[in-house]
Design a protein around this ligand. Sequence first.
Ligand code: PBG
Length: 321
Amino acid sequence: MKRRPRRNRKSHAIRSMVEETKLGTENLIYPLFIEDGSGVKTEIKSLPNNFRWSLDTLLPEMDECVHLGLDKFVLFPAVSEELKDSLASYSFASDNFYLDAIRQIKERFPHIELMSDVALDPYSSDGHDGLVRNGKILNDETLPILAKMSIAQAQAGIDIIGPSDMMDGRIGFIREALDAEDYKDVSLMSYSAKYASAFYGPFRDALDSAPKAGDKKSYQMNPANKREALIEAELDVLEGADMLMVKPATCYLDVIHMLRENYDLPITAYNVSGECAMIYAASANGWLDYESAMTEMLLSIRRAGADGILSYFAKDFARIS
Ligand code: PBG
């Protein structure tokens, strides 16, 4: 045998030199859930070790994360049922606790990049990402609400807006609205290829945000489709997105890879709640080794071509790296 690939694997010293993919804490964005009130730290049953925080408990938690090297966070609001309506009007109300939290977090940690989610579902009495009329999710009527929500978040000091609603034309609409108000430095990380996935279950538990009727298949993508992701990405590029996201991540590594090959913008991927829950559950049963399984999962997303990864594993990864 003239060629023996194992020679390049014979020691840690060689393996570390020929390692093709580097994964670091700098690639990770940590999702956090916040609710109104104080003294709250409620574990999410289907997502062990992840919590719903109130601002007073969240700030010290973020302090710990920052000390571990994390500097990118995405914040999701859990809104109480009586504040929800069909127009999601609480999303841009002046006394919205989420907007206040953005303000206070940025004051305390000016150097971090704080990302939001823009979609109606956490605020909507219908539990859908868009406006619902007669059982239909309306596209164009949803856009001004998304723009109002985005401007309210920009006013509060958000760094990156993450439209996750999958309405057509929303990136251009939001970009224009932000620019008109002079929020030119606020970035748009578009959930470009967001699939109608079964893996969002624990997230919807965390926020009580599951649709009250129907499903999200008329706006989120069919898991069977790949070429369609190119159409979505193309539109987001033309409309002014700064980064393109694929969601979920591990069942869609081919899509991440395809967008990486076809676009020059940074690609991110959302390692969603259900993907992380599988590893939490298997390791709690002693079926998988937690640290090596979650590292391998994150690495696979990075290898597929993601620059940034939103993951519930971010803090644990930061702790061991
Ligand atoms: C809502 C939103 C969802 C997630 C992020 N933003 C759920 C959904 O579309 O129903 C899921 C994230 C996860 O599962 O971790 N716009």
